[in-house]
Write a protein that binds this ligand. Structure first.
Ligand SMILES: CC(C)(COP(=O)(O)OP(=O)(O)OC[C@H]1O[C@@H](n2cnc3c(N)ncnc32)[C@H](O)[C@@H]1OP(=O)(O)O)[C@@H](O)C(=O)NCCC(=O)NCCS
Length: 189
C-alpha cells in the first residue's frame, strides 16, 4: 500500500521516490518561490539527499494506523519528469491528525495540477489506506495553496492560535479538514 503505490490521474502519475530522483527533486526544492511558505528554506543538494533518503526509509515503516511520513513523487506523464511531491503525515503541532501537503516546480503552476494530485491523494487516503479524516494547514498568504484546498472541498474550521513557542511558525495558519463521510458525499454523492 505504501511501497508499491502507482496512482494515475489524467496528467500525472504518483509513485514512491527512488534515489534516482535526487537531481530533479533538488531542482524543485532549490526554487525560492517553491519554499516561500514552507517551514524549510531552499535546500542544498546534500540536504535534499538527506531528506530523500529519509522519505524513502519511511515507506515500509508506514502503516494505516501510524503514518510516519508518506511523501511520493508526482510525475508529469507528458514529459515523464518528476515535477513535485504530494504526501501525508502527522501535523507537526498535533500528531494525532494527518495532513495532506503538496508542492510543484514553478513552471507547472497554474494548470490545475496540484488540485489533480492532492485530489487523487485524498481519494487514496480514504478509499485504500482507510483514514477517517485528513486535515490541511495553510499560511493565509499562500493564496494558491488555499485555493487548492478549497477546490478539494475541504472545510475551513479555524485559525490556529495559542501554539507553544516551538510551533510558532504555524501560528495564524488556516486549518481545514475533511472526513471520509464528507469525501464520499462530495465526490460520490
Ligand atoms: C500551491 C501549489 C502547489 C499550487 O499548484 P498549482 O498546480 O498551481 O495549483 P492549481 O492550478 O491546482 O490551483 C491553483 C489555484 O490558485 C489560484 N491562484 C494561484 N495564485 C493565486 C494568487 N496569487 N491569487 C489568487 N489565486 C491564485 C489559481 O488561479 C488556481 O485557482 P483556479 O483554478 O480557481 O483558477 C503551488 O503554488 C506550489 O507548489 N507552491 C509551493 C509549495 C507550497 O506552498 N505548497 C503548499 C503548502 S502544503
Amino acid at each position: 500500500m505504501f511501497t508499491d503505490l502507482y496512482l494515475e490521474t489524467d496528467r500525472l502519475v504518483h509513485k514512491p521516490f527512488t534515489k534516482n530522483d535526487l537531481e530533479q527533486l533538488h531542482k524543485i526544492v532549490s526554487q525560492k518561490e517553491v519554499v516561500k511558505y514552507l517551514p524549510e528554506d531552499v535546500m542544498s543538494l546534500e540536504e535534499t539527499k538527506e531528506i530523500l533518503t529519509w522519505l524513502i526509509s519511511c515507506y515500509e515503516r508506514n502503516s494505516p494506523q501510524k503514518i510516519i511520513k508518506y511523501t511520493v513523487g508526482v510525475y508529469h506523464k507528458e514529459d515523464e519528469k518528476l515535477i513535485g511531491w504530494c504526501g501525508l503525515g502527522p501535523l507537526e503541532f498535533d500528531e494525532t491528525e494527518i495532513e495532506v501537503y503538496f508542492g510543484l516546480s514553478q513552471e507547472y503552476w497554474g494548470r490545475g495540477l496540484a488540485t489533480e494530485s492532492a485530489g487523487a491523494m485524498l481519494g487514496y487516503s480514504f478509499s485504500v489506506i482507510g483514514l477517517d479524516k485528513i486535515v490541511a494547514v495553510v499560511n493565509p498568504e499562500n493564496t494558491a495553496s488555499k485555493r487548492v484546498i478549497e477546490k478539494l472541498r475541504m472545510t475551513y474550521r479555524k485559525q490556529v492560535k495559542g501554539l507553544p513557542e516551538n510551533f510558532k511558525a504555524y501560528e495564524g495558519h488556516l486549518y481545514y479538514s475533511m472526513s471520509r463521510n464528507e469525501y464520499i458525499k462530495t465526490n460520490m454523492g
